[in-house]
Each structure stands twice: as structure tokens, then as C-alpha cells.
Ligand binder design. Structure first.
Ligand SMILES: Cc1cc2nc3c(=O)[nH]c(=O)nc-3n(C[C@H](O)[C@H](O)[C@H](O)COP(=O)(O)OP(=O)(O)OC[C@H]3O[C@@H](n4cnc5c(N)ncnc54)[C@H](O)[C@@H]3O)c2cc1C
Length: 389
């Protein structure tokens, strides 16, 4: 029995069914793969094409625990799998791999139909509630409480971001050794002035660079009502989050003109303004309205001139991560001491784990889905070996 019909659980179900096992997949949502479908809204970045030597370190401190699973089902195998489902892929200039359809629904539809052909039973609207005193699985479904005792169980319950899609993290109370779930690839809170927020909420900051603790990331960010989110922020989110937890706040540095040298900017910005207002002066120097707004926010906050230096180094005080409900993914989960090298719970032989509910995090770029697919596959292989022994 597989509990959790996300990418990790469905990949496990496919692996188990291919080995000739009878598989039932349970989810408390009415339909499977809801978070996968939302990931499809951003184009469905399935994996990354960089060599494994560059790919594997993206998992940071837990690389060694994930590496065997990823080597056994690496990006090349995931790409072949997706293409086998009739989904041609392309690799973007950044090396990220997407289906040409740029969405998840055709892939999920083809996958579910293949699983049905393999005899996999999918059952929605049943929430796993833990174990009974005899070690059977307890569920609550439309007809009330249900119990069952499969030969082996795979839990792939996801993290806690976007809980309305099903992964609500309520399982954390049912398992031992859970490292608290925290937002990952998330936005952060910053107190904009009312005037800035009213004018620029929802607007993108394009071709910027963000810097924190000597790490510089180029890309985009988006101004939210309560702070900042978007790709460049997500890339720094783990160290920002951890430093905020330790210090109560951090200062992120924003370079509005990463392609220009301070000298080139100084020639345009630091001379006499004539009769021009500050905003007209900045506009004439080529700054977009949102960039001008940021310079003005910084000056009101007490930042020092010259303008050329400020434009390349706007300080943004971040006070907290944005709520986990809005994060792309989750850090924390079942600790590695709880599972063996086959992803089996040491304290509950016959129960295996896969996907985001394990204690790992990774940046965006396809690393999240790749690890979910690979661990789903590896845990299913663990079940196959367990049952045959
Ligand atoms: C907006 C967004 C965009 C994303 N884009 C990308 C991307 O482009 N590339 C990428 O690599 N990653 C992306 N991700 C992350 C990726 O979607 C997740 O990491 C991945 O879906 C996790 O897979 P999973 O199978 O571990 O869990 P999930 O997909 O979360 O599935 C878990 C399942 O378990 C079910 N469940 C939970 N608790 C119970 C219970 N008690 N009983 C029964 N069922 C339960 C849930 O309903 C859910 O169906 C994105 C995430 C978001 C939110």
C-alpha cells in the first residue's frame, strides 16, 4: 500500500506494480497529484541537465543519503521515463529540463492511465491517521474509520507547503523523529512603506542580483504586500531562513544594476542634478519606477549616498520567512536516523518513506521532483527486496 499520490508515491506504485505486486494507492484528496499539477503551472521543471557531480551537491548536508537513490534513477532515467509517457522534453538555457507541453496535466494523465493498466488501484478521500494497537493502518474515509494491514506500506505524504493541495504536514504528529517542517524556497517579510506597497505590490524586479553572506544570485524577484519572493530570493532562502531563526532578522543586499560598474553608474548618477527632482534624475538615468521607489525607500530608511553605490547595494531588512503555506517546498521531515539505507523506518519494519516528507531540501531547478521520483523508486525497491526476503 502506498499512501500519498504525489510524484514520490506514484513512482513507487509504478515500480511495485512493474515487479508484479498488487498495489493500492491511498490519498485523502479526491484526485491524485495535485501539487504536481501546480508545479506544472511554472512549466514543470522536472530535473536538471548538469552532470551528476554538480547535481548531487545541491542536496547539501544530506547528499550522501540521497545519492544512491539518485544514482540508481538519475536525471537521464527520469527524462527517458517522461519521454516514455509521450512527453517530449527540452532543456532551457539554464540547464533546467521541462516537458515541451510546459505543464503537468498531459504527463499525469498518461501516467495514471499506465498505472491503471498495471492494475494499480487508486483510492481518494481516505486520510491516513496512524497505526492501531495491532500495527494495522488506520484511515478515515467517507464511510468512517477503516483499518487494514498490507504486506508493506510506503508513506509519501509530502511536506507542508500549499496545504490545500493535500500535503498539510499533519502526519508529523504520527511519526517519531520528525525535524520540524520549515518553509524552503520561500519568500520573506519586509516592511514596505504604505506608499511603496500600494504602488508596486505584485511587480517584478527583473535582472537584479541579491547578495547574502557573500553569496550572490542573479535573477528576478517579485514585490509582495508583505515582502519579497521569486527565484532569486528562493535561491538564498535556506541561509536567510536559518540566519533569521538564529538572529531574529537579516539584511539582504539588492543590486538593481548588476551589469553596470559603480564607475559607470557614478558618471550618470552622482553629478549635479540641476533642477531635477530625485525621481526625475533617476528616471533620466534609466531606472524603472520600481527601482526608483526602492532607492527612495532606502533613503527614507536612512541609507547613505552616493546614489551610484546605493543603486548597487540597497539594504532590505528581512524579519521572517513568508508563511509555509506559500513556500515552494519544505525543509525538515522524518530524520535520517529513523530510516535505513532502503528508506525503511527502523522502528517499524515494513514501512518505507519517500519524497519531500524526508528531511532534505534543495533549491528550485528540478532538484525537488528529481529527489521525489528517485526516492519513490528506491523505497519501492526496498519494499520489493523486503517482501522477497
Ligand atoms: C507552486 C509550486 C511549484 C513547484 N514547481 C516545481 C518544479 O517546477 N520543479 C520541482 O522539482 N519541484 C517543484 N515543486 C515542488 C514539488 O511539487 C514537490 O517537491 C513534490 O510534489 C513533492 O512530492 P511528494 O510526492 O513528496 O509529495 P506531494 O506531491 O506533496 O504529495 C503528497 C500526497 O500525500 C497526500 N497526503 C498527505 N497527508 C496524507 C494523509 N494523512 N493521508 C492520505 N494522504 C495524505 C497529499 O494529499 C498528497 O497528494 C513545486 C511546488 C509548488 C508548491
Amino acid at each position: 500500500m502506498v499512501i500519498g499520490a504525489g510524484p514520490a508515491g506514484l513512482m513507487a506504485a509504478e515500480t511495485l506494480a512493474s515487479a508484479g505486486l498488487a498495489v493500492t494507492v491511498i490519498d485523502h484528496m479526491p484526485s491524485p497529484g495535485r501539487k504536481l499539477l501546480i508545479a506544472g503551472r511554472g512549466g514543470l521543471n522536472l530535473t536538471h541537465s548538469e552532470p551528476l557531480e554538480a547535481f548531487l551537491p545541491r542536496y547539501g548536508a544530506v547528499q550522501a543519503r540521497l545519492e544512491p537513490a539518485i544514482r540508481a534513477f538519475p536525471p537521464s532515467a527520469l527524462m527517458a521515463w517522461a519521454e516514455g509517457l509521450g512527453q517530449p522534453l527540452f532543456t532551457g538555457t539554464s540547464g533546467r529540463v521541462f516537458p515541451k507541453a510546459l505543464k503537468a496535466s498531459p504527463l499525469l494523465r498518461a501516467w495514471l492511465s499506465r498505472l491503471a493498466g498495471q492494475g494499480v488501484t487508486l483510492r481518494g478521500r481516505h486520510r491516513w491517521e496512524g497505526w492501531d494497537t495491532e500495527g494495522g493502518l488506520r484511515f478515515t474515509g467517507p464511510a468512517g474509520a477503516v483499518a487494514c494491514r498490507p504486506a508493506a506500506t510506503l508513506l509519501a505524504l509530502g511536506g507542508a507547503s500549499w496545504p490545500r493541495l493535500g500535503s498539510d504536514g499533519l502526519w508529523t504528529g504520527l511519526l517519531p523523529g520528525v525535524v520540524p517542517l520549515r518553509p524552503s524556497n520561500c519568500g520573506f517579510l519586509h516592511a514596505w512603506s504604505d506608499i511603496f506597497r500600494q504602488r508596486f505590490e505584485g511587480q517584478p524586479l527583473k535582472r537584479i542580483a541579491l547578495e547574502f553572506r557573500g553569496r550572490r544570485v542573479r535573477g528576478e524577484a517579485v514585490v509582495t504586500a508583505s515582502g519579497l519572493e521569486g527565484g532569486a530570493v528562493y535561491a538564498l532562502s535556506a541561509p536567510l531562513r536559518d540566519e533569521i531563526a538564529a538572529e531574529g532578522g537579516v539584511t539582504l543586499r539588492l543590486d538593481l544594476r548588476p551589469d553596470e560598474t559603480p564607475e559607470a553608474l557614478a558618471a550618470r548618477l552622482d553629478g549635479p542634478r540641476g533642477g531635477l527632482s530625485l525621481s526625475n534624475h533617476l528616471r533620466r538615468a534609466g531606472l524603472a519606477p520600481i527601482a526608483i521607489g526602492l532607492v527612495q525607500e532606502a533613503l527614507h530608511g536612512g541609507a547613505a549616498l552616493p546614489l551610484s553605490r546605493l543603486v548597487k547595494d540597497i539594504p532590505l531588512r528581512l524579519t521572517a520567512p513568508a508563511p509555509i503555506e506559500r513556500a515552494i517546498s519544505t525543509a525538515g521531515g522524518v530524520g535520517w536516523a529513523e530510516v535505513d539505507e532502503h528508506f525503511m523506518l527502523r522502528r517499524r519494519p515494513g514501512t518505507f518513506l519517500a519524497g519531500e516528507m524526508l528531511d532534505w531540501e534543495a533549491p528550485t531547478g528540478g532538484y525537488l521532483l528529481q529527489a521525489c521520483f528517485s526516492t519513490g523508486r528506491a523505497a519501492a525497491q526496498g519494499i520489493i527486496d523486503y517482501l522477497s526476503s
